[in-house]
Design a protein around this ligand. Sequence first.
Ligand code: MCN
Length: 794
Amino acid sequence: MSTEAKVHLVGSAIARKEDKRFLLGQGRYVDDMNRPHQTHAVFVRSPHAHAKITSIDTSKAAAAPGVVTVLTGKDIAADKVGGIPCGWQIKSKDGSNMVEPPHPALVADVVRHVGDQVAVVIAETKAQAKAAANLVEVEYEELPAVGSIRAAVADGAPLVWEQAPGNTCFDWHLGEKGPVDAAMAGAYKIVEIEVTNNRLIPNAMEPRAAIGEFDAANDQLTLWTTSQNPHLIRLLLAAFVLGVPEHKLRVVAPDVGGGFGSKIFHYAEEAVVVWASRKIGRPVKWTAERSESFMSDAHGRDTVMRAKLALDKDGKFLGLHVHNTANMGAYLSTFAPAVPTYLSGTLMAGVYTTPAIYVEVRAVFTHTVPVDAYRGAGRPEATYLLERLVDKAAREMGMDRLEIRKKNFIRTFPYQTPVALAYDTGDYDATLALALEKADYANYGKRKEESAKRGKLRGIGFSTYLEACGIAPSALVGALGARAGLYEAASVRVHPTGSISVFTGTHSHGQGHETTFAQLVGDQLGVAMDKIDVVHGDSDKIPFGMGTYGSRSLSVGGSAIVKAVDKIIAKGKKIAAHLLEASEADIEFADGKYTVAGTDRSKAFGEIAFAAYVPHNYPIETVEPGLEESAFYDPKNFTFPGGTHVIEVEIDPDTGVVTVANVVAADDVGKIINPMIVDGQMHGGLAQGIGQALFEEGVYDDAGQLLTGSYMNYSMPRAADFPMFKVGNHVTACTHNPIGAKGVGEVGAIGVPPAVMNAVLDALGPLGVKDLQMPATPEKVWRAIQDAKGTPAQ
Ligand code: MCN
């Protein structure tokens, strides 16, 4: 049994192990799975934003060909199935709890957004279920609705929930107001801004899908689902919705084709297929159609943000007052209340030394799909507000946009912000310098002249951003309202012949964990990567873990793996000491070998693994047979990636079309395991961030109708919209996890939107355009140009 030692896997751009099955079309997604005697579910959804259900007649649908059953809100209530729970409790300024309305899996009385599910038709085939769904007759009495933050906060606005006057879910604050008021009073200048962070609709390649199966012989339920965190779904579904013991519910999230946050949450369809499978005694499968996803997947962002920044005469920031209004949608999705508060308010220091910060957040209900975390979750909103504000401050102070940033950079670490977070490391000057070099900033003037010769307006924009990720220290988030711990778990099983299975509580749905985690373990144990498999996504196989979001998988999940491997190495030392007839204290482990210090006597890791399972000559009195260890890791702090993004745009003043001419990202994501995967993560995040700034917007009219319910009117960016991205890294290692890594998964989506908009406004500035909201579509840009010219377009 040979285990060829291979060193320096960490830091190498190793091709992804999982790509073999993906590129050969052999991934196993939920929709690829079919269970014996399976049925198909199609949901009947509300066409109205707000309406009373006066009657539901299912008789015609029930009699349609192939229909097994039709179930409604009354059926689910009769079976005492609980509502979909929220995982985060926020308290308002006055200490009261947020308003937490019920969230039924099938609605029986009042629908509260277009797409709210009122019935489910279960049939032998999907086509039969779909045809019969059209025969379910639902009588609605339409009620007035609020489709936006503006409509929800207007005087006398219709209420989404009686128990939430003014449609307010909570009115929260962070930081101290007194010092901020004092800073404003003594300021040389106060700069104010209001920005909208546009609503985004997640578009993973694979739509959501779920299969519920009941095994009557064992009283066992199984849910296959497109989830980023199978154990979290099992906990919520078992404990709060179905009321079944956790050991009787298995949740499997196999290959998942992207999530970007939208597959974190526990959705009603998951509860319905499991409940229905038990009811009819057959498996029930549901796969969303794309237009269904638009109105049933949780949306992202949707905040209106105002801020006031106090500066002294040299441009030093003295105080910041932020007031945000966040759209929660009609119900509270799993992590929704955390997004505008702890994931956003805490980020308002950014990379700057602002000594006094006070943040207020009002969250409101609207008759729209619930809003929750989407790539970046709260941190893009904070970064967008701050980086737009800093640019505006530079303009109003007559200062260079980079100078004002540098004047206020944090340079001493650890750094305690006035908004709860304490940064461990960072070097914002270094990432700025790297970005400027990659952007060839020195020659920007020439490029601007050349654009002007062609009649085009060129602009450059910067964003010196910071992110808090690696979510999260349980003690901190517990104090801040989380109803769960946010540690991660791992088990490492060394097989007798030395190959290794690594079981992780995180879930890979595009991030390449099967590769990067194998790199980590391979280096730690000196074992070749092809001998290591990473197993995730099945609650029956993996230890209880919290899943993947908040760019936590490497820094938290990877750290749990490192801790488990440490225990493997320690146990191996005991076995090696026995086999080598030496004292355990004299055994050293390096490069896959246990050696008696100062001698050439050694045993390969594979020999120790074999001895652990074939204990013929082995100290079973003092060391148990076998080589398998588990560990839980709860991080001491978040990790704080940061850096500079630089964007150059060229605008056609006749059409308003914005062309992205240059994209540069210089980031500090801590120690890097796989530079190719890190670059790929950056590319994806940047594309999504530029998508938010220039293309994407989920739009409801004031009556709550979704106007962007398909790709006909929701514009996604395409590869041809971008130049080749230039990405680079400057590393300051995270000080508190054993890997030294920070997160990378969301960095692009967080840092780049303000850089794009700052570039657009830089280009349009000479025409007199001072403000523009995302997305900077050709129409919006063209209208802004006409308005600035004094010839407003009709
Ligand atoms: N990595 C590394 N070195 C670092 C940091 C990370 O090599 N210093 C590697 C990690 O080992 C991992 C990958 O980069 O393979 C991303 O790691 P991390 O930043 O820990 O993020 P997560 O794995 O926890 O992924 C979550 C993050 C989030 S929150 C969203 S949203 C997102 C994202 O990842 N959704 C994605 N990237 C995505 N990529 C794809 N393809 N699909 C999604 O749905």
